[in-house]
Design a protein around this ligand. Structure first.
Ligand SMILES: [Zn+2]
Length: 147
């Protein structure tokens, strides 16, 4: 059991605490750093799980990346992909839906692709979600080369 960030050996308690809170293995220092990040950005738990799942397979994601206007849950800058985790999609009002669409439009204009993933998908199909994102990254790479 080692910390996913710094590879430090984890004590039983550190391991238990981070697994119970985030479902990933982190040392106390990196758990605290994540606590702070989440407090500031209101990061959904799904974003944390997905971030570490992507990191594990060698994608270089960024958590809570500031795009100049807003914080993006996860960004993969190499292919200009933004990933937003939807936590309250059942209660999405038409204003929120319109805002989302406009945000997506602005990102597209800047060369970024935004995808929105419901948190339940990450909860139940993390592996499949990661596979789909890999596919999207490959597709984006091909398109970047064409341009
Ligand atoms: Zn650590």
């Amino acid at each position: 059991m080692t910390c996913l960030e710094c590879k430090k050996e984890l004590s039983y308690l550190d391991h238990k605490a981070s697994m119970e809170t985030y479902g990933v293995e982190l040392c106390s220092k990196h758990t605290r750093r994540l606590d702070k990040l989440i407090k500031v950005n209101n990061t959904p738990l799904g974003a944390i799980r997905l971030y570490y799942a992507l990191k594990e397979i060698g994608v270089y994601p960024m958590l809570e990346w500031w795009d100049g206007k807003k914080s993006v849950d996860i960004a993969i800058s190499r292919v200009k992909l933004n990933i937003e985790i939807e936590t309250e999609y059942q209660m999405l009002t038409h204003e929120q839906a319109m805002n989302n669409l406009e945000e997506t439009m602005h990102s597209f204009k800047n060369g970024f692709t935004t995808i929105r993933i419901p948190h339940v998908v990450i909860k139940h199909y993390l592996h499949e979600t990661v596979q789909s994102i890999i596919g999207i990254i490959e597709g984006l790479k091909v398109n970047i080369k064409v341009i």
